[in-house]
Design a binder for this molecule. Structure first.
Ligand code: C2E
Ligand code: MG
Ligand code: MG
Length: 620
């Protein structure tokens, strides 16, 4: 009998079924649809074989034609079911984009009507040698429906191909394609009964490519992975199922290099989370775990439980940072969940409870992040210059370079809105390099020097010194543009971090050795103190705007400034006053003995072209 291929397919599926059953399962609809499709495929193969056996018996041994036809009809009904399941499975992925209930309902009605038609319409069978098939209106109906489902699945996947992963697309196409090709071959060569086997092969492709449990299970701990979390949460958002979660970032206080000890500790922590209850536990990073709950009450209770025993999760002391997220409806989707975790996992608190404020802040930070990324990509980072007046020389000998970003609508965004975020997320490094490069570009033209400019002050964030070879980008650009190092003055704001302070001073020394000069920025704000002022090897000190303006409103500030002028000058340093806005302020600063004046009184920060015009007009 012509059933070898089908038997092979069946055996293959049954073996895989054992594996699938053994996997730790994540309860998501996608998985249920896959299991349904798998089950229908097995049933289909069983009835495929059964129908050939009964046709054989009917043709050669006088078995009842009515029963034979009934078995054949059951088989083709299952075939249609299989097509429908495939369609649903493929649609699942598109659920976010493809919320078209109409199409899904139509597909379902078509399925029900089709199955009824198959029951009603007549069906015949034929067998000669190895050629065996059923034919008649019911069979035609089956062909039509199957082709409809397959092509519609392919069409939808193609239409939404941007929204599904490449890997998924390939797997879906292989699965449905195998099926279609097998049906065509079988249609032409009636003795080659490929369809059942091809469907089984398709299921294995799906299993290995998309439903492979190894991708969802972390080998070391047996917990679910971050991929699994993403899938699990997608399911929750697709079906509007609110949830609560907490994450734990654990710092294992094991001696450096004790990998085995650390691995053990991780495994024990994982066990600790599992012991809490039946909810799925995910390992979303080396030392990061996440547990998802249906209700915030339970999540809170369990969080308190694990927190209470955080030190006892392992017998090695641990420190853990928790984020508690009570209400998922505050977030719009999976990306925001991960964004939130990423944004706050290193926050100072040991237990961070999410509220709307934190979500808003996260969104703001994400917006700023994208603004900077896009501006860097599209070259929308601009440098403005604010002239600095040299009192002794009676002209402008310097300017401060101040970064601006043009947003997508061409509006200028001020650094106060993005520098703090950039310092937090590390974008300050590429951004700072971009600004510095532009400053060098302008200096390299030599135009400024001709107009009496001696140096440009460029802000440099302490965060930019916090990596491997921090001075290299400054040196590199100075050499690349062949500019005089003394035409660069770097403005630095002090840092509270003593480790960084050491690194900072080391780098300042290195750059000073080649001729670069430094200014201590923002003096007079909460960020400055005497100790730093004494330590930092800078040539200039910049009185902050609040300090300069406080001179006129606050007698104490006035006294401090008068004293500071002497101290700074005795230390052989020069003073720049920022924020001078009026003639009265200018006169007062000059009589106080300030060396350089910067402020709106002379000019706001302007583009490089405007700056040149400004110099031409003012340098006499
Ligand atoms: P800063 O270095 O203290 O720069 C001086 C700020 O005071 C500038 O604000 C400037 O426009 C403003 N300003 C100057 N004169 C006056 C005045 O007379 N009145 C008033 N009300 N304001 C005045 P801006 O451009 O918004 O920059 C803000 C801060 O952003 C800077 O403060 C600096 O800390 C940072 N920043 C700017 N560009 C860069 C950069 O390229 N890298 C880094 N790391 N930080 C930068
Ligand atoms: Mg500055
Ligand atoms: Mg300043």
């Amino acid at each position: 009998m012509n059933i070898e291929l089908q038997v092979c397919g069946l055996v293959m599926l049954i073996i895989f079924l054992v594996f699938i059953e053994r996997d730790r399962k994540l309860n998501v609809k996608n998985r249920l649809l896959f299991i349904a499709a798998f089950g229908v495929c097995i049933a289909c193969l069983v009835f495929d074989i059964a129908s050939i056996v009964v046709i054989h018996m009917a043709v050669y041994e006088g078995f009842s034609p009515t029963v034979t036809k009934a078995v054949c009809k059951l088989y083709i009904m299952l075939l249609v079911t299989q097509g429908y399941c495939g369609f649903l499975y493929a649609c699942y992925d598109l659920a976010v984009q493809f919320n078209n209930k109409l199409i899904r309902n139509l597909a379902m009605i078509l399925y029900i009507v089709g199955e009824i038609l198959i029951i009603i319409l007549p069906l015949d069978y034929y067998m000669e040698g190895r050629s065996v098939y059923s034919y008649g209106p019911a069979a035609l109906c089956t062909y039509a429906l199957s082709i409809f489902y397959i092509s519609f699945t392919l069409f939808l996947s193609l239409k939404h191909k941007k929204d599904i992963s490449h890997r998924r697309l390939i797997a879906l196409f292989t699965w449905q394609g195998l099926w279609l090709i097998a049906a065509l071959i079988q249609f032409v060569f009636k003795e080659v009964l490929l369809v059942g086997f091809a469907a089984a092969l398709g299921m294995i492709v799906l299993y290995s490519q998309l439903e492979n449990p190894n991708e969802h299970i972390d080998r070391a701990t047996g917990l679910f992975t971050q991929n699994a979390l993403s899938l699990f949460l997608q399911d929750k958002f697709n079906y509007n199922k609110p949830f609560a979660f907490y994450t734990a970032k654990i710092k294992y206080l094991v001696p450096f290099g004790e990998l085995e000890m650390k691995r053990n500790a991780v495994i024990r922590s994982a066990r600790g989370f599992l012991e809490l209850g039946d909810e799925p536990v995910f390992r979303i990073g080396d030392d990061k775990f996440c547990v998802i709950y249906d209700s915030k009450e339970r999540a809170k209770e369990k969080l308190m439980e694990i927190k209470a025993r955080a030190d006892g999760v392992t017998d090695i002391p641990v420190e853990a940072k928790f984020i508690f997220f009570p209400d998922s409806t505050m977030l719009t989707g999976v990306d925001e969940v991960f964004n939130f975790i990423h944004c706050y996992e290193d926050s100072a608190e040991n237990l961070l409870v999410c509220d709307q404020d934190l979500v808003d802040k996260m969104r703001y930070r994400t917006r700023v992040y994208n603004l900077i990324e896009n501006a860097l990509r599209d070259d929308r980072v601009e440098v403005y210059y604010q002239p600095i007046y040299n009192v002794k020389a009676g002209k402008f000998t310097s300017a401060e370079a101040l970064v601006r970003i043009k947003d997508e609508d061409g509006k200028m965004v001020s650094p106060g809105d993005f520098i703090p975020v950039a310092e937090e997320n590390g974008q300050i490094i590429p951004l700072g390099i971009r600004v510095f490069k532009k400053v060098c570009e302008l200096l390299a033209t030599g135009e400024l020097q001709k107009l009496g400019i001696e140096n440009i002050e460029s802000n440099i964030s302490v965060a930019q010194f916090d990596y491997e070879n921090p001075t290299s980008f400054v040196k590199k650009h100075i050499e690349e543009y062949n500019i005089d190092p003394s035409s660069i003055n770097l403005e630095i704001t002090e840092t509270a971090d003593t480790g960084l302070k050491h690194l900072l001073n080391l780098n300042i020394e290195k750059l000073r050795a080649i001729g670069v000069t430094f200014s201590l920025d923002d003096f007079g704000t909460g960020r400055s103190n005497l100790d730093y002022f004494v330590d930092m090897p800078a040539q200039n000190i910049k009185f902050d705007l609040k300090f300069t303006q406080g001179y006129f409103t606050n007698d104490r500030i006035k006294h401090v400034m008068e004293g500071m002028v002497n101290i700074v000058h005795n230390m052989d340093m020069k003073i720049v006053s920022e924020g001078v806005e009026t003639k009265e302020q200018l006169d007062a600063m000059v009589s106080l003995g300030i060396d350089y004046i910067q402020g709106y009184y002379f000019s706001r920060p302007i583009t490089s072209t405007e700056f040149m015009e400004f110099l031409k007009a003012h340098q006499g």
